[in-house]
Design a protein around this ligand. Structure first.
Ligand code: ADP
Length: 405
């Protein structure tokens, strides 16, 4: 009998990009990683790295669609002896942004699952169509292979109704599937678990506030391993100040922009999702650039930073109240993992809540999970690097392996 396959290909298909990683689940090692960008344009770019040989290959030139992109990925993997036809490939795990209330777990994809992801397009018009294209293309390349959907929303389906519902007439809300779904769930799940591990405790015994601060940003309150509240809502627009999204605002701002500002709904949508947040406030959405400008005395950058921190602090306080007892606050993603000044400012003044950062520990640059709070602190403050691809691969493999045994 040949040994069971142990490799998982993780695909993250965006509207104009495909990110992928091939992992070996025996030791969670990465065999290959890559990114196809600007699909459908003349200036598409494809970068592939084989980690075994250290070889990186780049292609520039038009890649017409997702099918062409995935075929190019398959060819590069074959060149490295890691082709999709390999008997060692156990499954393909797909990141799917919106699973609604229906998908609470990673799910093996069949026609019914595809139909449900399609039914959710009205609440995820940008993401779910791209995810579906990725799945269908991968199915065509390897029809016999299990394909698993791992949903960004799944971790948040444990939120109680009091946190998940808006204060709207339920008949109207239900007719249009309006509720708070939350996103970045794969990251919140992974980071809350890794934080418990860092504390040397079981996830069931630990309450954690996770702050996922990337270009998109969200906070979550996790009680004993289950999400009880999160800052993103029906869409990823709600909550924290982000790179280009406004986060929370009075919904009447939208009426005002339409009625008084004469803007169309599409223009307002673009303004709030793509031209607000840090970018809208100061013209930059990269925290490195904002810090550089602050150091040079730039007032706009300073105000953008202060608004970002004020919102973050409000969510820490809110989730402290939601949880009642907090064991750890974990910072993750591009900003959370790298920007010590953000961590320091977010926690400053919260000593009364048992929260503090040790300046020396906070300044250390390192790759792994680490504590940055003083030894005597009541609440641990931690930096816990996220790894959404590993989490997708782990969930995919667990499901496929369980099915085999
Ligand atoms: P995405 O949401 O696109 O996955 P990431 O989690 O990769 O984003 O975060 C990207 C952001 O992280 C960048 O826009 C930048 O603001 C921030 N960032 C990355 N590296 C650093 C750094 N060394 N210092 C401060 N901010 C950083």
């Amino acid at each position: 009998m040949s040994p069971s396959p142990t490799r998982v290909l993780v695909l993250n298909s965006g509207s104009s990009s495909v990110k992928y990683q091939l992992l070996d689940m025996r030791d969670s090692s990465r065999l290959a990683v890559g990114l196809v960008e600007r699909i459908g344009e003349q200036t598409s770019r494809f970068k592939h790295t084989c980690l075994g040989s250290g070889d990186t290959r780049e292609q520039n030139g038009p890649i017409a669609d997702h099918e062409a992109a995935l075929k190019a990925v398959a060819e590069e993997l074959t060149r490295d002896g890691l082709g999709l036809d390999s008997p060692e490939l156990a499954a393909i795990g797909h990141r799917v942004v919106h699973g609604g209330m229906f998908f609470t777990e990673p799910t093996v994809i069949d026609d019914a699952v595809l139909a449900e992801i399609e039914r959710l397009i009205p609440v995820a018009p940008l993401h779910n169509p791209a995810n579906l294209t990725g799945i269908r293309t991968a199915q065509a390349l390897r029809p016999d292979l299990p394909q698993v959907a791992v949903f960004d929303t799944a971790f948040h389906t444990t939120m109680p109704e009091s946190a998940a519902r808006y204060a709207l007439d339920p008949k109207i809300a239900d007719r249009h599937r309006i509720r708070r779904y939350g996103f970045h769930g794969t990251s919140h799940a992974y980071v809350s678990r890794e934080t418990a591990r860092l504390l040397g405790r079981a996830p069931e015994d630990v309450n954690v506030i996770v702050l996922h601060l990337g270009n998109g940003a969200s906070a979550s309150a996790v009680r004993g391993g289950r999400c009880v509240d999160t800052s993103m809502g029906l869409t990823p627009l709600e909550g924290l100040v982000m790179g280009t999204r406004s986060g929370d605002l009075d919904p009447a701002v939208i009426f005002h922009l339409a009625r008084v500002g004469g803007m169309s709904m599409d223009e307002i949508d673009t303004l709030l999702n793509k031209r607000s947040g840090l970018l809208g406030l100061c013209g930059d959405n990269d925290m490195r650039e904002i810090r550089r400008r602050i150091d040079e005395g730039d007032e706009d950058a300073k105000l953008a930073f202060d608004i970002y921190i004020h919102r973050l602090k409000k969510y820490i306080g809110a989730y402290y109240a939601v949880l009642g007892r907090v064991d750890a606050v974990a910072f993750t993603a591009g900003v959370g993992e790298n920007a010590a000044p953000v961590r320091e400012a977010a926690v400053a003044g919260l000593e009364g809540l048992g929260l503090a950062v040790d300046p020396e520990l906070n300044a250390v640059r390192a790759d792994g999970p680490r504590l940055i709070s003083p030894a005597a602190a009541r609440v641990a403050v931690a930096v816990v690097p996220t790894d959404e691809e590993l989490e997708i691969a782990t969930q995919t493999y667990a499901l496929v392996d369980a099915g085999r045994n």
